[in-house]
Design a protein around this ligand. Structure first.
Ligand code: GAR
Length: 186
């Protein structure tokens, strides 16, 4: 079975979705890693006996030393693909040049890179928002796009729009992971 690593920083609902629908079926999550020792998503790893690595980003002086520590922790698990599922860190070339990774971002990139992308998408001038899965490069939310899914905003208040994003991002991330691992995408 193909092996993936999943990185998260907070709630971990996207990590939980991968575990529920893909783990031990389409693929194996061989390790989960968080930069936040208080992340709620840690409970998901524990519940499913998925090895968990915690690399507390607050303990590092700079991004490069943090990235080196993450690489060291991930290396023994030999994942073919690393999935950033709500991992709120900007990665440097130390990481991006040696790991094949995809990131989930809740906007139609290149619109609204960075934080608060759901709010910014909802309030912008376009009729549609959406989500993007892209390869990770050292440019924030800037790597090659794997797939995007859009959401028409008409008739939705912010709460309804946000709820749709949270559902669609999980579908998009699963679809992208499966298609990359199957070789349908490079
Ligand atoms: C998700 O909405 C994801 O799209 C977003 O963080 C949330 C994490 O939720 N990611 C980004 O904004 C990345 N720049 P989760 O912890 O429940 O998976």
């Amino acid at each position: 079975m193909k092996k993936i690593a999943v990185l998260f920083s907070g709630k971990g609902s996207n990590f939980a979705h991968i575990v529920k629908y893909l783990h031990n079926k389409e693929l194996q999550v061989v390790v989960a890693l968080t930069n936040n020792p208080n992340a709620e998503g840690i409970a998901v790893a524990k519940e499913h006996d998925i090895p968990l690595e915690t690399v507390d980003s607050k303990q590092f002086e700079n991004r490069e030393s943090f990235d080196r520590a993450v690489l060291e922790r991930l290396r023994p698990y030999r994942a073919e693909l690393t999935v950033l599922a709500g991992f709120m860190r900007i990665l440097t070339p130390v990481f991006t040049q040696s790991v094949k990774a995809v990131n989930l971002h809740p906007s139609l990139l290149p619109r609204h890179k960075g934080l608060n992308a759901i709010e910014k998408s909802y309030h912008d001038e376009f009729d549609e928002g959406g989500v993007t899965i892209h390869y990770v490069s050292s440019e924030l939310d800037g790597g090659e796009i794997v797939l995007q899914k859009s959401i028409p905003k008409e008739g939705l208040d912010f709460t309804a729009y946000d709820a749709k994003v949270r559902i669609l991002e999980k579908e998009a991330l699963s679809e992208a992971i499966v298609s990359i691992l199957s070789g349908a995408r490079k």
